[in-house]
Ligand binder design. Structure first.
Ligand code: 5GP
Ligand code: MN
Length: 336
């Protein structure tokens, strides 16, 4: 591990820097990465943001989005940048398996690895860690890193502020999760003062749906929602064929699971979707119910207590059956 003063010394002269984030980046993944990017480029570093996969259109408005390199679309260039990097920032993830093939390239790269993350159980691959599971977003930790670790809050310009605000807004469920503490509201207020247009960012992220997405949502709620009252569980399942019929793109399914959780009395909601290579599960829970425990134990995944994910190599029907068969084990907690 290196100390913050060693890191400060390194950052005092121009470095080759790669910033990367998790597979299928969300608002916090892109917000923390592009926020850090907009900060670092002001200091004269040569910086690249590399994402393992593509990400939803509703994040493409973000400052410096056109500079982002998508690994699956530019493998050779990505590997070259990773291998040449002096510093590799890993934002919003803490195990290299979360970034697919890119993970092994980063593990073997000679550069120093710097983790900025808020997930449980970090893997030991890093040389510097700014990690706090109580943070509502990795973007909150990027803010804290710039302001309190580097003492360079004066470099938070409108671009940095807009990106960090996006990460905090999306990962805190628009400031409604318990993780949105008064300290988070104060950071948000600071970011608004520094140029983040909160109303515009909200509109760009949440009021930017395609017609397909809305019709698909209607289909999910009318035809695909199953409520298991005996367990306080709601499930929405979607086949690959349905995704094709509605021409569903990356990001169009995001947030649908929350509708299932919004039903009175529901403690655990699952969105189970048949992707091309595997079946993916998104779980959301309320209160103390550990959605991440189910994902970790049964679906090779993890996440936060109230928002977690995993995957299965079984087919859709078998995955749904497996998920239902697990529920009796958690019945007491689900009915509390
Ligand atoms: P989502 O349901 O939006 O895909 O994921 C919710 C949260 O669960 C993510 O922020 C992430 O922390 C976690 N998560 C989702 N999929 C996986 C996975 O496959 N492995 C792990 N470890 N965490 C996941
Ligand atoms: Mn996050």
């Amino acid at each position: 591990m290196i100390s913050i003063s060693e890191l400060k010394t390194l950052l005092a002269t121009p470095q080759k820097i790669v910033i990367t984030t998790h597979h299928k980046p969300d608002g916090d993944a892109m917000g923390s990465s592009l926020g850090l990017y907009a900060f670092l480029i002001q200091k004269g570093h040569h910086v690249s943001v590399i994402t393992p996969t593509d990400y939803p259109d509703f994040l493409h408005w973000m400052p410096n989005n056109s500079d982002v390199i998508i690994y699956t679309e530019a493998e050779e260039k990505s590997v070259e940048l990773v291998n040449q990097a002096d510093l590799i920032f890993c934002c919003d993830f803490n195990t290299l398996s979360r970034i697919n093939e890119l993970g092994e390239h980063i593990r073997q790269a000679p550069g120093l690895k710097l983790m900025i993350d808020h997930h449980l159980e970090p893997e030991d691959f890093d040389d510097y860690r700014h990690w706090n599971i109580n943070a509502c977003a990795a973007a909150q930790l990027v803010y804290d890193f710039i302001v309190n670790e580097l003492n360079e809050g004066e470099l938070i310009n409108k671009d940095v502020a807009s990106c960090l605000y996006t990460g905090i807004m999306t990962d805190s469920g628009s400031f409604r999760f318990p993780s949105a503490t008064s300290a988070v509201y104060r950071i948000a207020a600071d970011l608004i003062d520094l140029g983040a247009e909160h109303w515009r960012i909200h509109q760009l992220v949440y009021d930017n749906a395609s017609e397909n997405r809305l019709r698909f949502l209607g289909h999910c709620l009318t035809n695909k929602l199953e409520i298991l009252r005996d367990f306080n569980v709601a499930i929405i399942t979607v086949s690959a064929e349905e995704l094709k019929n509605y021409d569903i793109a990356t990001g169009d399914t995001e947030g649908i699971v929350n509708y299932a959780l919004s039903i009175n009395g529901i403690k655990l909601a699952a969105f189970i979707i048949e992707r091309t290579d595997k079946v993916k599960l998104s779980l959301r829970s309320t209160g103390d119910f550990p959605a991440n425990e189910i994902c970790k134990k049964y679906f090779a995944g993890g996440g936060h207590r109230n928002a977690a994910g995993g995957a299965s190599d079984k087919n859709l029907a078998d995955t749904i059956a497996e998920f239902k068969s697990i529920l009796p084990e958690y019945k007491t907690q689900l009915l509390q």
